[in-house]
Design a protein around this ligand. Structure first.
Ligand code: HEM
Ligand SMILES: [Ca+2]
Length: 820
């Protein structure tokens, strides 16, 4: 451990450490000597319970030990004391101290209503524009990168409807700001005085204003599919198709929706120019962390966020550049849904294909939770909670389509005779003409595309984005069905609904445990987790639930910080056998939304071992060209999209403030000029910043964040660490169904909770594939931790379902009173 750890963890040992009794495993006192680690007493335990001590365990000799049954484990201390950190408060719609100019102050309901008429008119106009474009054949070409991106960001019908309603509100605000010449900094205060319900917009956004939860729903031990009714008073907090919230007030040029401009008032540099100026594709593999770390990150991402893009009235995607990659005429994008990215004429890559325009469609708009007029807010299509909505769906219709309605199971594509779930794949998706084929071309495989290969359907719309993403979805799908089978055996009287809900509840708890016990410690580091109170408890119930806390996803998180994961991505995914030798590699560009390789028996296992063998890349300014030049490439075209440019443009679309503002918020300290960044950013990179941005206050959050040196023990720099930690704290404290809470309607018994604590991702992989041997902590390189062990070994503990033999909580639930 580094010297900086010493004072905090060793000297003050007696003050900061609480002895936690070891109830979880019946580990008899080991006949084994465990050395002190970081100056603390240790115990021999399953390696996955040493996740937060990884670096220290590695640095201490002789920490490999034997569990009481003779299987290998690791010596590490109890978890450090969990402090109770604070979350950031959402900025008020009207920040104190702003004085309104007279003309802004005398806005009244009549003028708002007049503007609302203009807003409605605007919406109708846009519908006309869409029709005209279709007639002119200015449409998205099938199989193009734009078509695939549209599929990635596809709005549901409900999301489209919400966007339309919210659009009128946003345009009302835009019109008011223009007509009354309201200064940007006064917009929030001038507009927030008007509730939609006091104006002609009463009928807009009623799914927000009129949300209702019955007693039965509020008392149910099971979450609603759409995430509603989690908070007893704020029924929509965390619900799907509600807005992203914010850490800092938005920064839009007009105060409402038009993208940020530079401090000078000129346009910001093109997002593509920023990307090419700063980003390189260099191999910077991690020494200790596997690509499973990246993949599980994307898995979480697809659980908690899905930003639908704006679309045409009939649901077809919008195009923002011409087919040959040039800008459209102004009138052809007068619908305002486009924010195309300029390609500089000397662009080292796209210019060689004659492209001057990169497609970019604005994110769908949300009805504001406060039901007031104000700046635009963006829409989350998924439930904001960590509730495995990517497995189960975020709306009742999708959830229903995913179920067999027999024995609580989820639909699968059967790959072998009945009986073994270990071969099942996700169920098939119905095709649509704009989708590129889900099969690989003959030129690549040497065979005709097989008829039976279909894209996959899941609770989230993006399982096919890469084979590894689909793989991660498949093992969780199988775990659900494995749980239902076991539960059915233990409880012959449970019906389909009961089995489904109980298995769902357990699986969500398992995933939450993996996230907070194994994954977050790598991302955030132990000290940050302890400082905020993010460490999982080793025993007992948590009292952390805070019903005043809105758990919703933050714009800064979704449009910048959580995209750190793009820097982790390897350009090639590996198929690795159990002897850990690489059998094959696949180039991402050939496999986006083409899951064909998973239909070959044995390949899923090879992907799983590959995920646990290949190192992940570090978080830095190095990104694979598979993402920056070939994202969603059409077979043979030679180019696709640039994900870094999309990330930067998305930040502007979301009205994110500049990187410097978040440094200040996060206590890193504002830089007064470029050279002031040197505390966290390499001088060579600062030079590159100077070359592309005019002011240190112009730097986009995403690019600033990935440029930072790492925070202590963390995988990201301090600014992203701060945003990410705040989000995961909110997701934990603001979720009434979080897995380790006692006393809530959904609470597990102590015995059940202790079983859930045995969960690890390694165990889920073992139980749901034909993999026989794996390391007990799959996020860590097999060479650096306790050896690869057999899936049969108790080094990878297994949750026992016996405590679920008794009904979990019949007395609390409206559920058993027949809510469903
Ligand atoms: C091969 C892997 C990946 C691909 C191809 C991919 C692709 C994409 C694309 C196309 C977008 C939408 C960009 C936009 O228009 O704004 C996106 C968004 C995003 N990605 Fe990734 N991504 C990958 C891995 C990851 C990982 C590992 C993480 C996190 C650990 C991550 C986190 C996110 C987040 C948070 C968003 C915003 C999502 C939303 O707004 O719905 N991605 N990604
Ligand atoms: Ca969710």
């Amino acid at each position: 451990y580094g010297p900086s750890l010493r004072p905090q963890y060793v000297v003050q040992d007696t003050v900061y450490y609480r002895r936690v009794p070891p109830p979880t495993y019946e580990v008899k006192e080991p006949a084994y000597y465990c050395p002190n680690v970081a100056g603390l007493e240790t115990r021999c335990r399953p390696t996955k319970d040493c996740a937060v001590w990884y670096d220290e365990v590695l640095a201490t000799p002789s920490t490999a030990c034997k569990l009481s049954d003779g299987n290998p484990g690791s010596c590490c201390p109890d978890l450090p004391f969990n402090f109770k950190g604070m979350t950031f408060k959402e900025p008020p719609a009207c920040e104190g101290g702003v004085e309104l100019d007279e003309h802004a102050g005398c806005l009244d309901v009549f003028s708002v209503n007049a503007a609302a008429d203009a807003g409605e008119f605007e919406l109708r106009l846009h519908k006309e524009t869409a029709k005209r474009l279709k007639e002119k054949n200015v449409v998205v070409q099938a199989s193009s990168p734009r078509a695939t991106h549209a599929r990635f960001s596809n709005p549901s019908e409900h999301a489209r409807q919400v966007t339309n309603e919210a659009f009128v509100g946003v345009h009302t605000a835009v019109v008011l700001v223009k007509r009354f010449k309201i200064k940007t900094e006064q917009v929030g205060c001038a507009l927030h005085r008007f509730k939609l319900s006091d104006t002609d917009l009463t009928e807009k956004c009623t799914t927000v204003s009129k949300a209702h939860c019955s007693e039965a729903k509020l008392n149910s031990p099971f979450r609603m599919i759409d995430g509603s009714c989690n908070n007893e008073r704020h029924f929509i907090w965390g619900r799907a198709t509600t807005q992203y919230h914010r850490m800092l007030a938005s920064h839009y040029a007009d105060g409402v929706w038009s993208p940020r401009v530079a401090k000078s008032g000129n346009a910001l540099p093109s997002a593509r120019l920023v990307s090419t100026s700063l980003v390189r594709d260099e191999d910077q593999p991690s020494e200790s962390t596997t690509i499973w770390f990246m993949q599980y990150g994307q898995f979480i991402d697809h659980d908690i966020v899905s930003t639908p893009e704006m679309s045409n009235e009939d649901g077809t995607p919008v195009t923002c550049c011409s087919e040959d990659g040039k800008h459209l005429e102004n009138e052809d994008r007068s619908h305002g849904k486009c924010l195309p990215i300029d390609v500089p004429v000397n662009d080292p890559f796209f210019a060689t294909f004659g492209r001057t325009c990169i497609q970019f469609v604005r994110a769908g708009l949300a009805c504001r939770t406060d039901h007031q007029l104000g700046h635009a807010a963006q829409l989350n299509g998924n439930t904001h909670f960590l509730d495995l909505s990517l497995v189960y769906g975020s709306d009742d219709k999708t959830a229903g389509e995913l179920r067999t309605n027999v024995s609580g199971e989820l639909n699968v594509t059967l790959k072998q005779g009945k009986g073994s779930h270990k071969f099942d794949l996700l169920p098939p998706l119905d095709g649509s003409p704009l989708h590129a084929p889900c099969t690989l071309p003959r030129e690549l495989t040497g065979i005709e595309p097989p008829q039976n290969v279909r894209c996959f359907k899941a609770g989230d719309g993006r399982p096919d984005v890469t084979p590894n993403m689909a793989t991660s979805q498949i093992v969780f799908l199988r775990e659900h069905n494995r749980l239902t089978k076991e539960l059915a055996q233990l409880n012959p009287s449970w019906d389909d609904e009961r089995l489904y809900q109980e298995a769902r509840r357990i699986l969500i708890a398992q995933a939450q445990h993996i996230t907070y016990n194994e994954w977050l410690p790598i991302l955030l580091g132990r000290s940050k987790m302890a400082q905020l109170g993010l460490l999982p408890l080793q025993s007992g119930f948590s009292t952390d639930y805070d019903n005043h806390l809105n758990p919703s996803i933050l714009s800064e998180f979704v449009a910048a910080a959580f995209r750190f994961g793009h820097s982790l991505v390897q350009g090639k995914a590996l198929l690795v056998n159990e002897q850990r030798s690489v059998e094959k590699d696949i180039l991402l560009r050939q496999h986006f939304f083409k899951p064909q390789t998973l239909y070959t028996p044995g390949n899923l296992e090879k992907y799983l071992v590959g995920l646990a063998t290949q190192p992940t890349q570090k978080v830095d300014l190095s990104f694979t060209k598979e993402l920056t030049e070939h994202l969603f490439e059409e077979t043979g075209a030679g180019f696709g999209l640039d994900l870094v440019a999309l990330n930067i443009q998305r930040g502007r679309d979301f009205g994110l403030r500049s990187y410097n503002d978040y440094r200040e918020l996060c206590g890193v300290g504002r830089a007064t000029n470029f050279d002031g960044l040197v505390d966290l950013i390499d001088p060579v990179i600062i030079q590159r910043f100077k070359a592309v941005y005019n002011s240190v206050d112009d730097i986009d959050l995403f690019i600033g964040g990935v440029s930072e040196a790492k925070a202590e023990g963390a995988y990201v720099g301090p600014t992203f660490q701060c945003i990410l930690a705040d989000q995961f704290l909110k997701l934990k404290r603001g979720d009434r169904h979080f897995y380790d809470l006692g006393g809530q309607p959904s609470s597990f018994t102590q015995e059940q909770l202790n079983e859930i604590r045995k969960t690890s991702l390694a165990r889920i992989v073992c139980d749901n594939s034909q993999v026989n041997d794996i390391q007990p902590m799959v996020f860590k390189m097999p060479s650096t931790i306790n050896p690869v062990v057999s899936c049969q070994s108790s080094s990878i503990p297994r949750m026992n379902l016996r405590p679920w033999q008794e009904a979990s909580k019949p007395e609390t639930g409206g559920y058993y009173g027949g809510y469903y």
